[in-house]
Design a binder for this molecule. Sequence first.
Ligand SMILES: NC(=O)c1ccc[n+]([C@@H]2O[C@H](COP(=O)([O-])OP(=O)(O)OC[C@H]3O[C@@H](n4cnc5c(N)ncnc54)[C@H](O)[C@@H]3O)[C@@H](O)[C@H]2O)c1
Length: 348
Amino acid sequence: MTPARLGVAGAGLIGSRHADAIAIAEGVVLTAIADPAEAIGRPVADKHGVPWTASLGELIARDDVDGIVLATPNQVHVEGGLACIAAGKPVLVEKPLASDLSEARRLVETAEAAGVPLAAGHHRRHNPLMDKAKELVDEGRLGTIASVQATTWFMKPDDYFETPWRRMKGAGPVYLNLAHDIDLLHMLVGPVVSVMAMESNAVRGNEVEETAVVLLKFASGTLGTVNICDTAVTPWSWELTASENPVYPATSEDCYWLAGTHASLAIPSLSLWTNPAKRSWWEPIAATRFPYPFADPLVVQMEQFGAVVRGEAPPKVTGRDGLAALEVIEAVKTSAATGAPVHLEGRG
Ligand SMILES: NC(=O)c1ccc[n+]([C@@H]2O[C@H](COP(=O)([O-])OP(=O)(O)OC[C@H]3O[C@@H](n4cnc5c(N)ncnc54)[C@H](O)[C@@H]3O)[C@@H](O)[C@H]2O)c1
């Protein structure tokens, strides 16, 4: 297999982790780094023994770069993504696809019209535990999924908010964190068609929300609730349960629950609860835990993107998937601001 040669644009927090993931992943090789901040870009490039450039345009133009990982700030995703598409180079765009839904749609439609693959950086979908959860759902083990509950509670410490932009609108957990949870619910339950939400800043009193509760209706008829809060000491979030990122201490708790007519599934423990005899709340109920292989989803994501760049597979998480998550996030903000439900026309 000829490895896909990847360039990383934006060598900050997540871009440097992508560079590390490419170094571990099979079927991909890092060939260059672009970041206008030399103090950020050069050390990452040096660590991996590849050239650094200040310019995304130069990165895209390099003959030894077959595909681009775009880990730049949200505000420049569309401009950078369009430049990759114009050059015919497949691109993985970090989430959210754009800071604005109509711009994200323009990016996705341009990629589709040009026939250039565009992947969205919702890396959690690449976690093998989600593949196993999806398999259990698709096998029909839960019966009809009537309801889902996602809990995204954690404590962002006081010093996190010493940086002024983190106290301002747009920097709260709805924009920063919720998109990942919505994307996983889309993966398991299908598209959301209606959203109602409330937000609060009653604890810290910052301009930005710290808590949001969200009601979801899925196209399947399933109802869902998502409760997100970044000012509570709890173990119940993907971050603190999925053992995905070593910076978060892992607990053995769960964060998502899928309630079906024949069984319910707790994630990430993959505990499937059933009535062995008769389905009834008066009957004994027991859990079976399903094992899954552990793998770092950032590494798996790069291996999948390598297959995309080599033309062997479409993106596992498409631009349309990224658009769909962003559409729900914008609906949450709108519903919280107006107090009215928001109906979505369809996925992406
Ligand atoms: N998938 C995830 O879990 C995850 C986690 C963190 C961040 N993100 C997303 O990744 C993106 C980057 O976030 P971050 O926290 O790494 O930000 P960051 O500020 O740490 O890094 C961004 C870098 O991009 C560089 N940059 C700016 N303009 C550029 C350009 N035109 N070309 C190349 N580089 C440019 C900046 O100099 C900076 O070094 C955001 O969209 C964010 O939402 C995703």
